[in-house]
Design a protein around this ligand. Structure first.
Ligand code: CUA
Length: 257
């Protein structure tokens, strides 16, 4: 039979007090200073978009952004003899990147930027594949990295940057991450494009055809799984929006002709 001595009691009390202080401080940090785990790609500059940055004719920095379901950029060309610093991040779920024919293998984890340096000696077309099951479009996730003869290499002109959208509703859609899945320029995405959505005839998964009007849009925004457009998955989360914001979004969508 052992009994807890005075000293042990004191140590247990001090430990308890210490643990409670730590817990209180952690709670304070989370609530007061919004300290938390990184969860969003857009927090990490400058790895928010896919791009090739030229440091010198033989040294490149390549930022890959993985997303459902592609890699950005999808086509990259560098000259043989180059050293390429590859950074990988994801816009949504966990993906993986394997560069076939090399030992390059990185995970794309939300909130994390992973890195590897590769030297490409010989001209060759490498294929990039996603190796983490990431949803229904997983097997479509592929991209090319072309290593070409330095004699034939032409640096790609950097993409013209799209004019900055300053419309406050556009900014709201962007902030709520609607634009991750719905394009406004007609591009295919995880959800239907918003371009020309108002008045469009849309076939639903249950076979019915509807005409997009105010009532449909309101329901589609507030209660996304009520009706699903044919050919798309029921993936959209319920957004946190006020009634006024929903009204503004509907008015904005009418302008996307
Ligand atoms: Cu991304 Cu599989």
């Amino acid at each position: 039979m052992t009994s807890v001595g005075q000293l042990e009691k004191r140590i247990i009390l001090i430990s308890l007090a210490f643990a409670m202080t730590l817990f209180a401080l952690a709670t304070l940090a989370v609530n007061l200073y919004h300290v938390g785990l990184p969860t969003c790609l857009t927090d990490i500059k400058p790895f928010q978009k896919g791009e090739l940055i030229t440091h010198s004719p033989t040294h490149y920095e390549l930022h890959y952004v993985a997303r459902m379901w592609k890699f950005e950029p999808e086509e990259v060309t560098v000259p043989a003899g180059s050293t390429v610093d590859i950074y990988l991040s994801t816009r949504d779920v966990t993906h993986g990147l394997i560069l076939l024919g090399t030992n390059l293998n990185l995970m794309a984890v939300p909130g994390v930027v992973n890195y590897a340096r590769v030297k490409f000696d010989q001209p060759r077309v490498y294929q990039l594949l996603c190796h983490e099951f990431c949803g229904t479009g997983h097997e479509r996730m592929a991209a090319n990295l072309r290593v070409v003869d330095p004699a034939t290499f032409r640096p790609q002109p950097s993409e013209p940057t799209a004019p900055k959208q300053v419309d406050p509703v556009y900014q709201l859609l962007d902030a709520k991450e609607c634009l991750t899945c719905h394009s406004i320029d007609g591009q295919e995405g995880i959800g239907p494009t918003l371009k020309g959505i108002y008045g469009r005839k849309e076939k639903m998964a249950d076979g019915a055809t509807i005409t997009v009007d105010d009532a449909y849009l309101r329901e589609a925004i507030v209660n996304p799984d009520a009706k699903i457009v044919d050919g798309f998955d029921d993936l959209m989360p319920k957004p946190e929006l006020t009634k006024e914001e929903v009204d503004e979004i509907i008015e904005y969508l009418k302008t996307l002709k």
